[in-house]
Design a protein around this ligand. Sequence first.
Ligand code: NAD
Length: 451
Amino acid sequence: SDCAGNIRMKVTIFGTGYVGLVTGACLAEMGNHVLCVDVDADKVARLDRGEIPIYEPGLEPMVKRNHAAGRLEFTTDAAAGVAHGHVVFIAVGTPPDEDGSADLRYVLAVAKTIGQAMSGYTVVVNKSTVPVGTADRVRAAIAAELAARGSQATFDVVSNPEFLKEGDAVNDCMRPDRIIIGSSSERAVQLLKTLYAPFNRNHERIVLMDERSAELTKYAANAMLATKISFMNEIANIAERVGADVELVRQGIGADPRIGYHFIYPGAGYGGSCFPKDVQALERTARAHGYEARLLGAVEAVNADQKRKLFELIARHFDGALKGKTVALWGLAFKPNTDDMREASSRRLMEDLWNAGAAVRAYDPEARAETRRIYGERADLMLCDEPYQALQGADVLAVVTEWKIFRSPDFARIREALRTPALFDGRNLYDPEAVEQAGIAYYGIGRGRSL
Ligand code: NAD
């Protein structure tokens, strides 16, 4: 243990994506010896050279510092990973299967690997977002491998879902709102309580429960957040039809502490790697157990429509004549402070514009390389290094991601640069009157003037 009385542990993390890498860095920061395992040899080599494959505020210095100190190491050697950790985290992806349910192949592949290589008592901690019952499947997969080679090694499987937010992941990991430990093993719980003690000093954050409740907690949290967004988008769609401004309505309802101001922003729809897939997966889980989750289905349907909203407003502005038009886009990432483009609303908008014969000139502070990786070089996609450069030769401007640098733009410059000055504000960042006074037509989400 160190001077502060923290007990150092040997920890292994399978998967060095947003969750695995951030968790690994934070656990190393607290003095633990962390070995990160990934099947992606290129990613491991880059990490070993100190290159961080994702953009996440504060992550790079933390990874470098702990790597240099020898507390954070990277390998593709799964057996070495299993041998290293007393606690072994599973933080691999759980993408949607063809039918929308969670694809567990990566999680179960790691479980198998653990069973093949494990010797002493090991606590296997599942951090990936997985359907209810997965802890049992992981346990069975490990047990089968142990039995196959006649091993007497003992282990526990714990469900410890992750709640970090991309764009603020390091902060969330260092100061979690809560730490959910789902386990029926007293020994495993004690070990994890010790591991998490440095993150649990200020007040009690650990919530103990059984594995199934822990697994459902993660889906329930994401489904609730997605519901708040779709709810506000539904109100926005009503507001624009009845001539009300949803931004005033938002402030009006947020004042009620039972509702609150958080996470009730209408906009161009939610994206990212979690909300879309988790809402779908929970719906599939419910259906598999004989329950039709009507609310979740509606949350998805409202969001799918909302992702088309900016395109519809732009198409209506041009009376459907989009061929040959150029649309400037500010913001590509699915939300600010990340380079993640998974399920981003910008993708739906760009693809709709391209299909209609329009071209895109886009700026995003971090997601340009990722956009290029996804779409490649194409004549109707120009990625710009600076926001106002994206306006050159464009007809109109659409703001898709609410990065801080877009919040107080130079409207005079926007008006001068655009051929037919119009601003499509997909995140309701601007005061419609201020934009119109600057000589730019304004279109927002649910602001009583869009239809
Ligand atoms: P990611 O796609 O960024 O990273 C997953 C990593 O796992 C990849 O680097 C991949 O190469 C690696 N991997 C796959 N199979 C492997 C194996 N057999 N052994 C070792 N490594 C392997 O994923 P992510 O965004 O970090 O998400 C991981 C899980 O956490 C998912 O279940 C996700 O739903 C959940 N989650 C994500 C977030 C988020 O904001 N991204 C937040 C909370 C929970």
